[in-house]
Write a protein that binds this ligand. Structure first.
Ligand SMILES: *[C@@H]1O[C@H](CO)[C@@H](O)[C@H](O)[C@H]1NC(C)=O
Ligand SMILES: *[C@@H]1O[C@H](CO)[C@@H](O)[C@H](O)[C@H]1NC(C)=O
Ligand SMILES: *[C@@H]1O[C@H](CO)[C@@H](O)[C@H](O)[C@H]1NC(C)=O
Ligand SMILES: *[C@@H]1O[C@H](CO)[C@@H](O)[C@H](O)[C@H]1NC(C)=O
Ligand SMILES: *[C@@H]1O[C@H](CO)[C@@H](O)[C@H](O)[C@H]1NC(C)=O
Ligand SMILES: *[C@@H]1O[C@H](CO)[C@@H](O)[C@H](O)[C@H]1NC(C)=O
Ligand SMILES: *[C@@H]1O[C@H](CO)[C@@H](O)[C@H](O)[C@H]1NC(C)=O
Ligand SMILES: *[C@@H]1O[C@H](CO)[C@@H](O)[C@H](O)[C@H]1NC(C)=O
Ligand SMILES: *[C@@H]1O[C@H](CO)[C@@H](O)[C@H](O)[C@H]1NC(C)=O
Ligand SMILES: *[C@@H]1O[C@H](CO)[C@@H](O)[C@H](O)[C@H]1NC(C)=O
Ligand SMILES: *[C@@H]1O[C@H](CO)[C@@H](O)[C@H](O)[C@H]1NC(C)=O
Ligand SMILES: *[C@@H]1O[C@H](CO)[C@@H](O)[C@H](O)[C@H]1NC(C)=O
Length: 406
């Protein structure tokens, strides 16, 4: 595609020309992009899509996360930009995922995570009412924009005004969240994937709108392996649908003390206690993994609709023992026969005992949440560095790969 030649040219120009950067000028989108030496590649990209550039330039009252030259050149040199361009509508969707309605200044990004809707509304790539979201949070001094597969982009230059709103330069292209199975594969949640397959629910959850999924980790399944081994498909279906909220997308900031109905009919009890969120007796160990239809949180125990205890105690796996009494652990991870095991891991998606304390992002204070921001929120160790190269690409093309099934 043309970007292969266009973008390097733009980058070369950026490198050699000593452009004067007029911080005080608030010109239109095109003039601001062309006068910022970090954004010449984006300007070039938009120039190849006049219709997209025009409609973006026509908008007012927006926030644009503008990928820097470095961000776009990384995507370009991996060949992914050209691949994206070959999928009808993908560049437009990708760019719309970088736009928020309303003015979201750097000052609006705080240590309590927020999940503003973007302009990504195409049902090919998102089934979140109001538009797919990004997670914005302040980590130390750095404003982070977190997208699919927990890919992290840092804001490297904030509050660049233009006539239509405000631009924040980011050092990574935001990744469109993928469907449940692509995301669960990347997180190596093979037992959960196997359970979805065994209950023929994979395509249902992959294409669903506005859902929240509580996905048990592999060790959670292992803990109760014997209790699951003799269940009928109907029993397994009841268990699976008990892990899904329908018509309700609960990001971590909304996981406050409450009782919520599941797709299967039974209720889940959400308890916030000392910086940890419990779903019945299971702990949330990795929160806010964005998916095309909503959000997924990893939990440390399998939930049982027939044994709905609220949180037990802080011991790893304690929830499982109470939910499936008498069940014992086995060395084999159940449901994984025939399910491909991840060959690479994305650190931010992997759940471990030590991550438990830091990965949960505290609920916003107010509305039923016991406690507010505080423990855990300032630690960066739960949010690993951005996935690079091929892994980030998997996120970007989760949607495209999904398309191929049509
Ligand atoms: C920057 O833009 C302002 C407002 O348009 C203008 O008055 C000023 O001369 C410009 N400065 C430079 C160095 O271009
Ligand atoms: C944007 O501003 C530049 C410089 O002022 C101008 O030449 C151009 O026509 C404007 N573009 C649009 C779409 O208004
Ligand atoms: C480009 O970004 C760097 C930080 O990454 C910043 O220091 C510099 O001022 C930016 N350049 C322009 C023209 O805004
Ligand atoms: C942009 O605005 C102009 C002027 O209002 C209008 O003629 C044009 O159709 C708009 N373009 C798009 C793509 O919305
Ligand atoms: C800008 O957008 C925000 C969010 O959609 C909205 O609340 C606000 O009223 C808008 N402001 C203007 C001036 O249109
Ligand atoms: C940003 O913060 C300001 C000041 O607190 C507030 O008025 C505005 O509504 C916030 N914007 C958004 C998009 O939340
Ligand atoms: C974002 O900033 C953090 C430090 O705050 C750094 O470790 C990380 O590598 C940066 N990410 C990217 C994509 O540059
Ligand atoms: C951008 O606009 C906001 C709101 O009008 C203003 O507070 C800020 O100083 C402006 N930024 C720059 C770099 O001029
Ligand atoms: C969104 O839902 C529609 C049907 O409701 C489905 O055809 C489409 O594949 C879904 N999109 C995604 C990204 O899951
Ligand atoms: C599962 O079924 C097998 C064979 O019917 C039986 O031997 C075993 O005890 C059962 N396990 C459990 C946990 O009920
Ligand atoms: C999914 O289940 C079907 C039967 O329902 C089976 O044929 C297929 O092999 C399973 N796929 C995987 C990856 O286990
Ligand atoms: C994925 O999970 C399986 C089973 O728990 C494990 O054996 C494997 O090492 C994991 N893969 C990675 C890359 O962590």
């Amino acid at each position: 595609m043309q970007f292969k030649t266009l973008l390097p040219a733009a980058l070369a120009v950026a490198a050699v020309s000593a452009q004067s950067d007029n911080a005080t000028a608030a010109g239109n989108l095109t003039s601001v992009l062309s006068s910022n030496s970090n954004l010449t590649a984006l300007n070039t990209l938009l120039a190849s899509y006049p219709a997209i550039a025009e409609s973006l330039g026509n908008r007012t009252n927006i926030t644009l996360f503008a990928p820097s030259n470095t961000a776009l050149s990384t995507l370009n040199s991996s060949g992914l930009l050209a691949q994206a361009a070959s999928v009808d509508g993908l560049i437009q969707s990708l760019l719309s995922y970088h736009v928020l309605d309303g003015m979201f200044y750097a000052e609006n990004i705080t240590t309590t995570p927020q999940f503003p809707h973007t302009s990504l509304n195409s049902s090919t790539y998102s089934n979140v009412t109001g538009g797919q979201v990004v997670e914005c949070r302040l980590d130390g001094m750095t404003a982070e924009i977190i997208s699919g597969l927990k890919s992290v982009a840092n804001v490297t230059q904030a509050n660049v005004n233009f006539t239509g709103g405000v631009i924040h330069v980011v050092d990574n292209v935001l990744m469109i969240p993928s469907n449940v199975s692509t995301t669960a594969s990347a997180a190596n949640l093979t037992a959960f994937l196997g359970l979805l397959n065994a209950t023929a629910l994979t395509s249902t959850v992959d294409g669903a709108s506005d859902i929240t999924i509580f996905a048990p980790s592999n060790s959670a399944f292992q803990d109760v392996a014997s209790g699951l081994s003799n269940l009928t498909t109907a029993d397994l279906t009841n268990i699976t649908t008990y892990h899904v909220l329908n018509n309700s997308v609960l990001y971590s900031s909304m996981l406050s003390n409450s009782t919520v109905p599941t797709l299967g009919g039974g209720n889940l009890t959400i308890t916030y206690e000392n910086g940890t969120v419990f779903i019945n007796s299971a702990r949330v160990v990795n929160a806010d993994i964005l998916i095309s239809g909503g959000v997924m949180h990893v939990i440390d125990s399998v939930l049982n609709p027939n044994a709905t205890m609220a949180r037990a105690n802080d011991t790893e796996g304690a929830g499982a023992a109470t939910a499936f009494s008498g069940a014992s652990s086995e060395t084999a991870v159940p449901f994984t026969s025939g399910i491909a095991t991840a060959t690479t891991t994305i650190e931010a998606l992997v759940t471990s005992t030590t991550q438990v304390a830091v990965s949960y992002t505290p609920a916003a204070s107010g509305a039923g949440a016991a406690g507010g921001s505080g423990s855990g929120s300032s630690s960066s160790s739960g949010i690993a560095a951005a996935p690079t190269g091929a892994i980030g690409a998997a996120a970007l093309f989760g949607g495209a790969a999904f398309l191929a099934n049509f």
